[in-house]
Design a protein around this ligand. Structure first.
Ligand code: 6PG
Length: 267
């Protein structure tokens, strides 16, 4: 069973030796923690390149803005190689684009060399070809770990209320990918095609941090972190993110952690 330490401002519930659940009082506090954690990851690697993968969706917007304002002087931007864990099949200036959000709120605001920002070409008409191109870029720029797969220093992930993460949606083909690191994924549930990291790449990371806030995620958080019975993992893609030799941390605000008790947590 994990351990429960009561902290004045936040709570850490360890659900296993390599997984931590950190519950913060608010969404803002959760994003502050994530920003500070990036600084810590960079400090732990004082030389050489640092590989970071940004997550999509709306949750990270305040994290990116915070990094661009309060933390701009604490991150060695010139050493970062920034990738995206997934992207929609849209142009970079489309309101739906994950790149657009990150570019406006962070990437264009900090001294990060443009050649170190690796954008999915979401506008491509041939997503399979784009997935292979992007995988080649990752292999060229991110150092491989012990298992021979590029090991990101930090991957941020969001969580959908249906249990998806990145663009690994329930019951889609990408969940079964065991060899490729990036694929195009057909998502009938939303009538869209996406580009996404696969589990082999996610699980080769040195650290994966889920950033989940809001009451609408609370039930899914409990399904995934709780001792659920009967829900096959193909229905809970986020449950299959388990870095083989890296850290896994869930950063939640109190709303997303609503109803969670220590007894709920998986061993
Ligand atoms: C995407 C994301 C996706 C997202 C979750 C949570 O491109 O949509 O990568 O996995 O992180 O859907 O999205 P919100 O932060 O908007 O709730």
């Amino acid at each position: 069973m994990g351990f429960f330490c009561s902290f004045p401002r936040d709570t850490i519930l360890g659900v296993s030796h390599a997984t931590k659940v950190r519950i913060l009082p608010s969404a803002e506090a959760a994003m502050e923690h994530a920003a500070k954690d990036l600084v810590e990851v960079c400090r732990a690697r004082p030389t050489g390149k640092i590989a970071l993968a940004l997550c999509g969706g709306k949750t990270p917007a305040s994290l990116y803005a915070r990094l661009a304002r309060r933390f701009v002087g604490q991150v060695p931007w010139d050493r970062l190689e920034v990738f995206f864990g997934d992207e929609r099949n849209v142009a970079p200036d489309d309101p739906e684009s994950n790149y657009r959000l990150a570019s406006q709120s962070l990437l264009a605001q900090v001294p990060l060399p443009s050649e170190q920002v690796h954008r999915f070409r979401g506008e491509s008409q041939d997503l399979e070809r784009e997935a292979r191109r992007y995988e080649a870029e990752i292999r060229a720029r991110v150092t491989a770990g012990p298992c021979g797969i590029p090991a990101f220093d930090l991957i941020w992930l969001g969580l959908g209320a249906d249990g998806h993460t990145a663009s690994l949606f329930p019951k889609t083909a990408a969940l079964e990918e065991e060899r490729r690191l990036v694929v195009a994924n057909e998502v009938p549930a939303i009538g869209a095609r996406r580009l996404t990291f696969t589990f082999p790449l996610l699980n080769a990371a040195r650290k994966v941090q889920f950033l989940v806030v809001g009451a609408e995620k609370a039930l899914m958080v409990r399904w995934i972190l709780g001792s659920v019975a009967g829900r096959p993992s193909r229905d809970l893609p986020a449950l299959r993110v388990r870095p083989l030799q890296g850290e896994l941390e869930w950063v939640l605000d109190r709303d997303a952690a609503a109803g969670m008790e220590e007894s709920d947590l998986i061993a």
